[in-house]
Design a protein around this ligand. Structure first.
Ligand SMILES: NC(=O)c1ccc[n+]([C@@H]2O[C@H](COP(=O)([O-])OP(=O)(O)OC[C@H]3O[C@@H](n4cnc5c(N)ncnc54)[C@H](OP(=O)(O)O)[C@@H]3O)[C@@H](O)[C@H]2O)c1
Length: 230
């Protein structure tokens, strides 16, 4: 059992918390409005869950998931995350987040920016490429031909091993996409982003989930093109 800290408990944070608790992990949830606003979710999740401040969730988690709107990433507490494994689920949408020149010109990536904000932490990019409802639907036991894979990227091998074990425990295989700088391979609008887990012919909001096993995710990562090359 691992304690998972969640900085952000919205669509993706709560979906991950449900999967983590189902797998027997403890979760410490947080949001921007305060722990008392998470009482319904804590009640739903049961005794393995509690709510706290973002600082407390960061301090409590052996793995801490940062899953806030991209524009809030600089508010993520730095000190309590020093030395920790941090999963980054975030995505950049200039329509929503405003234009960020270094992301527009692709001189960096979202997760490298979080890593810069958290220089003492070990950031691993994961779960950014799967819709929260599909994330909840697609877990399968190890060995199932219908088991989906989640790509990860990061610069610390031990951190990636810890994240791989966590992802395996909640019902997914992992594809290692390489160092953090390779995280662009499954950023917005790439082949491995979102639709790889969507049944062909179904569209938002009526889309349904389709398993994307390791080979499918590997192929999509290999097919990735930079925005500028599209
Ligand atoms: N939705 C998806 O299917 C999906 C899939 C993959 C990746 N993502 C990405 O994951 C990130 C989160 O997406 P989401 O859909 O889960 O967002 P969301 O539903 O809007 O939830 C955001 C969460 O972050 C919390 N938050 C905001 N500022 C915070 C702060 N300073 N400290 C602590 N918590 C804070 C919010 O708390 P309050 O409500 O109290 O403000 C809320 O719990 C985004 O970058 C998104 O692009 C989303």
């Amino acid at each position: 059992m691992t304690t998972i800290g969640l900085i952000g408990s919205g669509h993706i944070g709560s979906a991950l918390a449900r999967l983590a608790v189902a797998a027997g992990h403890e979760v410490v949830l947080s949001n921007s409005r305060g722990p008392e606003t998470l009482s319904d979710l804590v009640a739903e999740l049961g005794p393995l869950a509690r709510a706290a401040t973002a600082e407390e969730a960061a301090a409590a988690g052996e793995i801490v998931v940062v899953t806030v709107p991209f524009t809030a990433y600089r508010k993520v507490p730095v000190e309590p995350l020093r030395g920790k494994v941090v999963i980054d689920t975030n995505n950049y949408y200039h329509e929503r987040d405003g234009h960020i020149p270094e992301l527009d010109d692709e001189s960096t990536t979202v997760s490298e920016m979080l890593q810069e904000h958290l220089p003492g932490s070990k950031v691993v990019k994961a779960f950014n490429n799967i819709n929260f409802a599909h994330l909840a639907e697609l877990p399968r036991p190890a060995g199932s031909p219908e088991r989906s894979a989640i790509p990860i990227a990061g610069d610390d091998a031990a951190a990636k091993e810890q994240v791989t074990a966590f992802i395996d425990s909640i019902g997914y295989d992992v594809v290692d996409a390489g160092p953090l700088a390779e995280g662009w391979r499954y950023q917005r609008d790439t082949a491995a982003y979102g639709t790889v887990y969507v049944t062909p012919g179904t569209t938002y909001p009526d889309w349904t989930a389709q398993p994307a096993p390791v080979a499918v995710v590997e192929e999509a990562l290999a097919a990735a093109r930079r925005y500028g090359d599209m």
